[in-house]
Design a protein. Structure first.
Length: 316
């Protein structure tokens, strides 16, 4: 029995060493110059801006849905767009900006609707593992203990894929197939906006079926947002929550889900600053997913956000 126990410990130790070797020493060649590297540039801008500043936090609905320069020029307040990928998880998105928030800053939070239901999209998917071990290891400090537990199986799977030289496709497949050549670090401008697609025609968009979500809005997500609001209040900063841009033809199947989210946010006294339907745009204004606006869509949404923030600043 003792010999068996020693053999098990030895085997587990060897496996851990192999996994760590894969994570830290074997590069993922599929990520070369990938858009995930824009996370480094976004952090550099976030940390270099004086306060007061406006910090946009969310997934790719912000990365592909905002003209930060127009916001900055209109409001005369420096802006950074941290939006990158929904799969990084809402918890990570919030934690990665906390240490850079100062008095009088405004944080505009725009989660994708899935963040309110999916544990994976709350605590992160495989794309977060790729970011942490192959793009920006300094981001490891933003991972909580419970989040680390959630990421263990994804981390092992990712490590094995690198050992087998079959690196996982950590980005959305429909985006990679249609837009891979442009979904790069240099697709983002200095403000953190993805702007390369502004010059391209709309791509074919996979039509989502009606929502199949039957569970309630995640209590963990609501607790995360309310905790973030309390954190910002303690720092003298302000939280503004806005809905993501959403495609009109997909909205009908998701209307009840979106209404549930809207109602729950009102219940915790942190409502959307604008009605979700206000950010439902015609299909012609979307580039390659139901969350990604084209150039015209970006302009229309940005105008709405500027008007909203002007009102917030007047009432401050």
């Amino acid at each position: 029995m003792k010999k068996f126990s020693i053999q098990c410990i030895l085997f587990i130790s060897i496996m851990i060493v192999i996994i760590l070797f894969s994570l830290f020493l074997i590069p993922n060649k599929r990520l070369t110059d990938n858009s995930l590297y824009a996370n480094i540039d976004k952090h550099h801008r976030l940390d270099s801006l004086p306060s007061p500043k406006i910090v946009f936090v969310g997934g790719s609905n912000l990365g592909f849905g905002l003209d930060s320069k127009r916001v900055e020029d209109s409001l005369h307040i420096p802006v950074v767009n941290m939006g990158l990928h929904a799969g990084l998880g809402l918890r990570f998105m919030i934690n990665e900006v906390k240490c850079s928030i100062r008095r009088d800053d405004i944080v505009v939070l725009s989660p994708e609707y899935d963040h309110f239901f999916s544990t994976n999209l709350l605590d992160g998917e495989k794309v977060l593992v790729a970011l942490l071990f192959d793009v920006n290891r300094r981001d490891l400090k933003y991972i909580t203990f419970s989040q680390a537990i959630h990421l263990i199986p994804l981390t092992v799977e990712y490590s094995v894929s690198k050992l087998m030289h079959k690196e996982m496709d950590v980005m959305d497949e429909d985006v990679n197939n249609n837009f891979d050549k442009n979904y790069r670090r240099n697709s983002f401008n200095k403000y953190g906006d993805e702007v390369m697609h502004w010059n391209y025609p709309n791509q074919s968009i996979h039509q989502m079926a009606g929502a199949t979500i039957i569970e309630n809005v995640s209590v963990s997500t609501l607790e995360l947002i309310t905790g973030f609001d309390q954190f910002l209040n303690a720092r003298g900063a302000k939280l503004v929550i806005i809905p993501p841009a959403f495609m009109s033809s997909a909205y009908g199947g998701y209307a009840k889900v979106i209404d549930d989210i809207d109602r729950e946010l009102k219940g915790v006294k942190i409502p959307f600053a604008i009605k979700p339907k206000s950010f439902v745009f015609p299909d012609s204004l979307f580039f390659n997913t139901v969350y990604h606006l084209n150039r015209q869509g970006v302009t229309e949404r940005t105008d709405s956000i500027i008007g909203l923030l002007k009102t917030k600043l007047k009432n401050k």
